[in-house]
Each structure stands twice: as structure tokens, then as C-alpha cells.
Ligand binder design. Structure first.
Ligand code: AOF
Ligand code: ZN
Length: 362
């Protein structure tokens, strides 16, 4: 376990410790939903004496693990938490009471908890108990850590991200199998962050296995959309659960009832029942992956934009000029929207590709 050594000026280093909290929280990526990722460190005399993170919904919160780790050293120490400590009895008891009982003298909070049952009540409870509280340190980083959870908490709707890969001449490349998973690669890491992934049912078997390769990764639920007659592949794998949304024709043609694949048959594939399924299952984040034939998912992409439920776009540009047979361009989505401006852009360059991501809202 990593311990960070002596730090001379504690007040200047609040940001440093909150960044450490975020680092710890990230260890549970893919496992905490529908709860957020949270990390906590306990610092005394410029030294970390306890660390913890929230491992899974139903299990103790980050603060409890960090306090346990610190033991008696928590007395008169400062607790750093990436998310405001909770003040409610949920699946677990309130963290505010645990911090008060441990006699910490100060709490530094990355961001206020948007959950209406917490929403600043945790801060107020700590202050009432005489604890000094600082709120809003490395706030943007903490918000990004839980962007999907925050969105779902504030809107009651899942966070939807659209993803695709392009050649340098603007053709979709996923049907060629580019951007497939590799441990440490952006796609493998991305998959880990989502509760569900929506895929076309007409992917060839060769490219049909979008599985995160990160060690011990939790795999997203695979939502297969089957609306293209004659091309349906079931995408069954041992690694992750699959549910198929099929239109009537495909369901009959592929004889899905007999194949023991969980299937929802719709007159026509559309976004609403898919999002509703995710909401009912407590799935907070969905990756709409335009892998395979873009035409299969075109309608869904249109609907996400028309219904204003698309939050984020992730585009991978691969270093190829590609004019091979069947190469398709973004033209299929023409006329969808005049102009969309992505905000809060981020990019990542590897030797294989350039990944650009941005948000539709601020
Ligand atoms: C924290 N630290 O590590 C987490 C918090 O059902 P429960 O008891 O797990 O409560 C879930 C809510 O508690 C969750 O929606 C969020 O508001 C907060 N999560 N809070 O102080 C943590 N995981
Ligand atoms: Zn808590």
C-alpha cells in the first residue's frame, strides 16, 4: 500500500490529499454503482495515518475504512473525503457520527453530496459538533470522478455516452475491429466505468467481445440491439450478462425464445424502453457504442440527441486512411442537428490513437 510521506504545510496540501482520496476511490471503479466512488484519508502531523475507499454498495463507506485504518491516531487528525460525509442511515450508518466519535478535529470535503438525503446536512452535522469543515477542494476532479452518478442523482436519468472510432478520412472504423480492448487501453478502461453498454446486434463474431481487460474488472451489462434482419449475432460471452432488445421480425427469425437469451421484443427498436430498463435495474451509466454497422444504432443516436438525454461523446481517431469496402462515414447522421458544441474537452494521445471527449452540457 502506498503511503505518502511527510508534508510540511498541511493547509497548502489540502488539494494533494483530496487527489489522494480520488486515487483511492478509483480502485473501486465499476463496483460501487448505484453508489458513488469515494475515497478518504486521515492525516495527522503532516502524515497519512489512515486510508480507505468505498468498495461496493452495501459495504461501509470510505470514511469507515480510513478511520479503522487510523485507529486511535484519528483523534485530533484531519479527515479528507472526496464526497461530503453522509448523515443518514442508509444501507450503512452515518459517517458523520463515525468521524465525531473518532474525535477528528477537521474535515476537508471535495464536494457537497448532491443526494437530497445528504445535501449539506453532513457538513452541518459536523460543524454542529464543533469540527472545522472546508468544502470544495479539487471540486472539478471530484465531480468528474462521479459524473454519471451525479447526473443520475440530479435528474433521475442514466448518464448516456456515445462512442465511436474514425479513420483520419472520417470513416467509422469499428466494423474493421479497430479499437478493440487491450488492458490499459482507453476502451478497456472506458468499459469499466459503465454499468451498461448498448451494441449493435450485427457485429461479426470476431469483433463482438467488448470486454474490459483491466484486472478484476466488472463488466458492463451488454444490451444488444437487434433490428437488422439476417445479421444478428447473439454476442454471448461468459464474461458479461447480455440482454437483447429485438424487433418482432428478428426475434422470430433468430428464434431467441429458444436460445435462452434474455430478450425484450419491441414492435420497433426505440430508446425509451431501453433507458427505462436501465433505470429500473439501477444502471446509472450507459455507453452507446457505435461498433458494427452504424445504421443499426443510428435511430437510437438520433433519439438520444432529440430527447436531450445524451451527455457525452467520446471519439477515437485512428491513424489510418481507410477506403475499404463497406467503409461508412458520418454522413448517415447528417441532418440530425445543425450544430452541437462539445464542452469541457479532454484529449488523450497514445501511439495508436487520439481520443477526444466532451460534454453536451456544462
Ligand atoms: C459517503 N461515503 O463512501 C459513500 C457515500 O446506502 P448507503 O448507506 O451506502 O448510502 C448511499 C449514499 O451515501 C449515496 O447515495 C451517497 O449519497 C452516500 N455515499 N457517502 O460519505 C461513501 N459511498
Ligand atoms: Zn457515509
Amino acid at each position: 500500500r502506498v503511503r505518502c510521506g511527510m508534508v510540511e504545510d498541511e493547509s497548502v496540501d489540502d488539494a494533494f490529499y483530496i487527489r489522494r482520496c480520488v486515487e483511492l476511490a478509483r480502485r473501486a471503479i465499476g463496483f460501487t454503482s448505484p453508489n458513488p466512488l469515494v475515497g478518504c484519508v486521515i492525516v495527522k502531523d503532516g502524515k497519512i495515518v489512515g486510508e480507505g475507499f468505498h468498495p461496493k454498495a452495501g459495504q461501509p463507506h470510505a470514511e469507515v475504512f480510513a478511520l479503522r485504518d487510523a485507529g486511535n491516531s484519528a483523534e485530533n487528525a484531519t479527515a479528507y473525503v472526496s464526497l461530503e460525509p453522509c448523515n443518514h442511515y442508509g444501507r450503512t450508518p452515518p459517517c458523520t457520527e463515525a468521524l465525531i466519535k473518532a474525535k477528528v478535529k477537521k474535515v476537508v470535503v471535495g464536494m457537497v453530496d448532491p443526494n437530497p438525503i445528504v445535501a449539506s446536512k453532513g457538513v452541518a452535522r459536523l460543524q454542529d459538533a464543533g469540527i472545522v469543515v472546508t468544502v470544495g477542494v479539487e471540486e472539478e476532479l471530484c465531480k468528474r470522478l462521479n459524473e454519471a452518478w451525479i447526473h443520475q442523482m440530479l435528474t433521475g436519468k442514466p448518464f448516456v455516452t456515445l462512442r465511436y472510432s474514425l479513420s483520419v478520412n472520417g470513416h467509422f472504423l469499428d466494423q474493421l475491429g479497430e479499437g478493440v480492448t487491450e488492458a490499459g487501453g482507453y476502451y478497456s478502461k472506458l468499459l469499466q466505468e459503465y454499468d451498461a453498454i448498448i451494441l449493435s446486434g450485427s457485429l461479426s463474431e470476431k469483433f463482438s467481445s467488448p470486454t474490459s481487460q483491466e484486472p478484476g474488472a466488472n463488466q458492463p451489462l451488454r444490451i444488444v440491439v437487434a433490428n437488422n434482419p439476417g445479421q444478428f449475432t447473439s454476442l454471448t460471452t461468459e464474461a458479461s450478462k447480455t440482454i437483447v432488445f429485438a424487433d418482432k421480425e428478428i426475434a422470430a427469425e433468430a428464434d431467441l425464445a429458444r436460445k435462452e437469451i434474455e430478450t425484450v421484443v419491441l414492435d420497433r427498436i426505440n430508446l425509451t424502453p431501453i433507458l427505462e430498463h436501465c433505470r429500473c435495474q439501477g444502471l446509472c451509466s450507459i455507453l452507446l457504442d457505435m461498433r458494427g454497422s452504424i445504421r443499426d444504432l443510428e435511430e437510437l443516436v438520433r433519439e438520444t440527441i432529440e430527447q436531450n438525454v445524451l451527455q457525452k461523446i467520446v471519439v477515437e481517431v485512428l491513424p489510418y486512411w481507410d477506403e475499404s469496402d463497406g467503409a461508412e462515414s458520418l454522413v448517415v447522421l447528417n441532418g440530425l442537428v445543425k450544430r452541437l458544441e462539445l464542452k469541457n474537452l479532454r484529449s488523450e494521445i497514445s501511439n495508436r490513437s487520439l481520443v477526444v471527449e466532451g460534454y453536451l452540457q456544462n
